[in-house]
Design a binder for this molecule. Structure first.
Ligand SMILES: *Cc1c(COP(=O)(O)O)cnc(C)c1O
Length: 235
């Protein structure tokens, strides 16, 4: 094994152990939490190392990078997660490559995505992104915008809405991050009670390198971890 491969394998093992411990603290199993390895910072060699370490759920935040990497790894069983904002004019090319769209961040995007998916005969799992912290710089729907949209969203063809996604406030403490994650979980619990049957709010995508432990304690089912996987393996 090269040093790069070894470092990344060690980092993956450490992150997986942290995930398992945090899942146990929240009364769940390690398998109940999916590690989405965010590959947006890295190239082919690091991605090869992630695959060698058993990480096949990979997250990208820019559509062009996702297109490029999906082509590079077309012969490997990678599940690509689109974790960043998807401009509507990039949806047609991006959606067929993706396993889960985390950033369903506007009605207009969801509507456009449904059109493209229906035309392509594809079903896709989608999360609704929520601006839980109220940061002006953050994307996502405001918490109180979602409930009135649910009936409309439920009628969109070809989309399976299966949960919510959020980022903790920028530059906040761990306690503030926990508060943001609790807000997302509470919102999910509240919406689940009035949700049309077409929509299941099973998943919570929350937690990044600095706060994924806390996110799992508060119920994350998907964590999006980038930099912690590449420590000591910077290009
Ligand atoms: C980059 C990114 C991550 C990963 O961030 P790290 O702090 O490097 O783990 C997670 N989620 C989103 C939406 C991102 O853009």
């Amino acid at each position: 094994m090269s040093t790069l491969e070894q470092r990344i394998a060690d980092n993956v093992a450490r992150v997986r152990q942290t995930i398992a411990d945090a899942a146990a603290r929240s009364g769940r199993r390690a398998e109940d939490v999916t590690l989405v390895a965010v590959s947006k910072y890295v190239g082919q060699a690091e991605i090869e190392a992630l695959l060698a370490a058993g990480c096949y759920d990979l997250g990208e935040s820019r559509p062009q990078d996702l297109w490029h990497k999906a082509e590079q790894f077309a012969d490997r069983p990678v599940r690509w997660h689109m974790i960043g904002h998807l401009q509507r004019n990039k949806a047609r090319r991006t959606l067929p490559l993706v396993t889960l769209l985390h950033a369903g961040d506007s009605w207009r995007l969801l509507e456009a995505a449904a059109q493209h998916l229906q035309a392509g005969g594809q079903m896709l799992d989608v999360l609704i992104e929520v601006n839980v912290s109220g940061d002006a710089t953050k994307t996502g729907l405001d918490s109180d915008e979602i409930e009135p949209l649910l009936p409309q969203i439920a009628r969109l063809p070809s989309l399976r809405v299966c949960g919510l996604m959020a980022m903790a406030r920028w530059g906040g403490t761990l306690d503030e991050a926990r508060g943001d994650f609790v807000r997302l979980r509470n919102l999910r619990d509240r919406l689940a009670e009035c949700c049309p049957p077409e929509i299941a709010l099973t998943h919570l995508s929350m937690g990044m390198s600095g706060d994924f432990e806390v996110a799992i304690e508060e119920g994350a089912t998907l964590v999006r971890v980038g930099s912690a996987l590449f420590e000591g393996a910077e290009p």
